[in-house]
Design a protein around this ligand. Structure first.
Ligand code: PXP
Length: 266
């Protein structure tokens, strides 16, 4: 189905609520740490990048403390939480070690992601279906600590319903396949639109991210029920050429242009 038809058949018919005007942009600074770790030492500093991102208009900072500490490390998380003024979104696997770390750091949100040691990046969404009781028990301390619980999932209705059932506050829809499969992109976009609409209809906040760049961000930012995008690898890579503030500002412009805000409401 062509994109325009997809929009007509999917989004406009499905969405009946009020769209939040401004999509929040969370900047993921993991790969600043990747570069630092290539040589050891302190440069470039993920905290300095987070502060620069904040000054350039990032609405939040995202960082993934992986079990193998391949990029962000424990001391980075502590320094970032203490240093930034915008919300921190802490990505973590559902392990007792990471949950204890999140309880120590007290981020604004904890985004639970699946994690495999061998993967280059987070490959798919969290398996929620069939794991509801285990996840609800394991993640309850995060909610009790007042940390918003976010689940990084594939864009499908059943996983969203399972996320609601375990008391998650947010679902983040995995946009990796939409970004990387250019042949199947229209179908993936429809899947994301339908899932984001479903999330709104069952009252759970909807975010999206993974693999987004200047070429792919606009149709995702245009989905009216998506409230936040988390973008990392492309922005850090692009900052080599234009600097981090300019890379973020251009992304911000593309997001804003995709979600017009005639009333100027934030
Ligand atoms: N959202 C989640 C849950 C992620 O795990 C990642 C990658 O760490 C991102 C967003 C950002 O993806 P990318 O670095 O490809 O922009």
């Amino acid at each position: 189905m062509a994109l325009e038809q997809t929009k007509r058949a999917g989004m406009t018919k499905l969405f009946t609520g009020t769209a939040p005007h401004r999509v929040r942009l969370g900047v993921n600074i993991d790969h600043v740490a990747t570069i630092r770790n290539a040589r050891g030492g302190k440069h470039p500093s993920p905290l300095a990048a987070a502060l620069q991102a904040e000054a350039a208009g990032a609405d939040g900072i995202t960082a993934h403390l992986r079990e193998d500490r391949r990029h962000i490390r424990d001391d980075d998380m502590i320094a970032i939480k203490a240093g930034i003024s915008v919300p921190l979104n802490f990505e973590l696997a559902a392990t007792s070690e990471m949950i204890a770390m999140a309880l120590k750091i007290r981020p604004n949100a904890a985004c639970i992601v699946p994690e495999k040691r061998q993967e280059i990046t987070t490959e798919g969404g969290l398996a929620v279906i069939g794991q509801e009781t285990r996840l609800a028990d394991q993640l309850a301390p995060l909610k009790e600590a007042g940390i918003k619980l976010s689940l990084f999932i594939e864009a499908n209705q059943a996983d969203i319903d399972a996320a609601v059932a375990i008391g998650a506050d947010i679902v983040e829809l995995h946009t990796g396949r939409y970004c990387h499969d250019s042949m199947g992109r229209d179908g993936e976009l429809l899947r994301l639109q339908t899932a984001a609409q479903h999330a709104a209809s069952v009252g759970i906040e909807c975010h999206a991210g993974h693999g987004l760049d200047y070429d792919t961000v606009s149709p995702i930012a245009a989905i009216p029920t998506i409230e936040e995008l988390n973008i990392g690898h492309f922005l850090i890579g692009e900052s080599i050429f234009r600097g981090l503030p300019a890379a973020i500002e251009k992304m911000r412009q593309l997001i804003d242009a995709a979600r017009p805000n005639p009333a100027g409401i934030n």
